[in-house]
Design a binder for this molecule. Structure first.
Ligand code: NAG
Ligand code: NAG
Ligand code: NAG
Ligand code: NAG
Length: 490
């Protein structure tokens, strides 16, 4: 069970020097994948290529520059398997050894020994002390978006149970959840509740990692639009998208959540792989703005007209027709383009779809300049971003779009600087560990405001943890807990 990993490392490119060869010794390696404690669906670490003068390499030295070997420290063979960037399918009780080589020479302080137990994603082994868990995950002290709770000083569970089904169950999809003793229970309301698979998946994953104490009871809206428009007496609804005219508490979108949880298990264009596929170096990107997408908002059609009139500035096309089918003949249908192809272009236009465009996090990671349509919709991490620093804002009616593209072409260094700052902040905010921290903070702040007893109601069913019978998972936290309980009983 030894796998040679060639394409799994994300090679970060920072512009600096005319480079000579790589110095294996001076290269830098860091990241949570070298630490046993943060349990994440995918473990990852970064390698910075450094030359013999100690300067960072400007250009990617190619995917075959580093060889990574990960092997289990446990003698027993054949029960652990690893994949690129690497996903553990079984717990390694004793630990792992990570070797990084460049032309057979050890890189940085390789080999790294990760002392076990190193748990895999499906191991149900919550850390009982949530402050210990938060410090392992290096959670930030606060998440500004969760100030959403300002509008909701208390959560009266009695009123919530009365009011939410009455007001919102006809609006699409609502899931009533309770987490009692770290077990997840739910009841679905409304017609379109399939997307509960994403909230189930995340909540189960979170409860495998940390004990949610105290218990909580809440509603997640799995439809597109945020719901609570009341200013006074707002009820807390957890939603995937926020807007300036609603009071919903924003969770990371199902797109970001699923991409994080299922990295290397069927999701191909995930947030980590985008970072290794950012297209040509800045100077070699095509100096035009790019857009491909469905017809989910009228301004997207307008964008195509602008593109036809100004092909030297903008390349925009609609790839799927549903909402404005009658205009397809006139506007035309563009062929689908692989997502990594987007980053051949220097500028990316981010236009709202039904709500916020959930591709925005990906565009921010791609080392292109993002031109973002102004919008009342936002995702959980937008409050960290500054217009003009991390992206270039464009008016909602696109009246200044061409002007902004011309500005970027004429101010290339500044445009590149914004692209790079945007990429850096997105990389920080969209790390898998931050996603877990964010979900935990929302539920924790919510629980602090609850009045009444969170309850498993008779209409709620248990949402079981996925079966994981084939993989070894001896949870030492549980062992400790049970020991303590026994002592208490004695
Ligand atoms: C080299 O890259 C590392 C990691 O990205 C960074 O921390 C460091 O500041 C860079 N050094 C220079 C001289 O740019
Ligand atoms: C959790 O851990 C922190 C830091 O180690 C400690 O101060 C605190 O008392 C612990 N809490 C519980 C409930 O054990
Ligand atoms: C950029 O393009 C030039 C001209 O096509 C080419 O020679 C050069 O190798 C490219 N640079 C990179 C880093 O791909
Ligand atoms: C576009 O919106 C701006 C305000 O954001 C307004 O001043 C301008 O008149 C609008 N242009 C068109 C063509 O509607």
């Amino acid at each position: 069970h030894l796998f040679i990993i060639l394409a799994g490392c994300i090679i970060i490119k920072f512009p600096v020097c005319e480079c000579e060869g790589i110095s294996a010794e001076r290269c830098l390696i860091w990241g949570p994948g070298l630490n046993p404690n943060p349990v994440l669906p995918v473990r990852y670490f970064f390698i910075q290529a450094v030359d013999s003068k100690g300067e960072n390499l400007t250009l990617s030295p190619g995917k075959d520059t580093f060889k990574v070997k990960i092997s289990s420290l446990d003698k027993k063979e054949g029960d652990a398997s690893f994949l690129l960037r690497y996903r553990l399918y079984s717990t390694a009780p004793k630990g792992l050894r990570v070797e990084v080589l460049h032309q057979d020479a050890p890189v940085a302080r390789s080999p790294y020994t990760i002392q076990g137990p190193v748990y895999h994603e499906y191991c149900d082994c919550p850390e009982p002390n949530s402050s210990v868990w938060q410090s392992i995950m290096q959670c930030p002290a606060g998440e500004p978006q969760i100030l959403d709770f300002k509008a909701i000083p208390t959560v009266d569970l009695e009123r919530l149970r009365q009011e939410v089904p009455q007001r919102f169950s006809a609006r699409g999809g609502l899931i009533h959840y309770a987490i009692i003793n770290n077990q997840l229970y739910r009841h679905t309301l409304g017609k379109y509740t399939d997307f509960k698979m994403f909230s189930d998946e995340m909540l189960l994953s979170l409860t495998r990692k940390v004990s949610l104490v105290p218990d909580v009871e809440f509603y997640i809206n799995v439809g597109d639009w945020p719901l609570e428009t009341r200013r006074a007496d707002a009820v807390p609804i957890l939603s995937w998208c926020g807007s300036t005219d609603t009071q919903d508490i924003v969770l990371p979108t199902y797109e970001v959540t699923h991409s994080t949880l299922e990295t290397m298990r069927g999701v191909t264009n995930d947030l980590l792989s985008v970072q290794g596929n950012t297209g040509p170096v800045w100077a070699n990107k095509t100096e035009r703005a790019f857009f491909r997408g469905r017809d989910s908002r009228e301004e997207r059609l307008q964008l195509v007209s602008l593109s036809k009139e100004n092909p030297e500035l903008l390349d925009a096309g609609i790839t799927g027709w549903f909402f404005f089918r009658d205009r397809e003949k006139h506007v035309g249908k563009a062929p689908l383009v692989g997502f990594f192809e987007f980053f051949k272009y220097k500028y990316q236009v981010n236009m709202d779809g039904t709500v916020a465009a959930y591709r925005f996090p990906y565009l921010m990671l791609g080392n292109s300049l993002v031109l973002k349509q102004e919008s009342q919709y936002y995702e959980h991490f937008y409050s960290h971003l500054k217009a003009g620093v991390h992206y270039v804002p464009v008016r909602r009616n696109l009246s200044d779009l061409l002007e902004k593209i011309k500005w970027a072409k004429e101010n290339d260094a500044e445009a590149q600087q914004i692209a790079r700052a945007g990429q850096a902040v997105a990389r920080e905010l969209l790390q898998p560990s931050r996603l877990y921290c964010y979900y935990y903070s929302v539920l924790h702040m919510y629980s602090e405001r609850q009045t009444g007893q969170p309850t498993r109601h008779t209409d709620m069913e248990l949402v079981p943890q996925p079966e994981d019978l084939t993989a070894a998972c001896t949870c030492e936290h549980k062992g400790r807990q049970e020991e303590n309980n026994m002592k208490d009983e004695l």
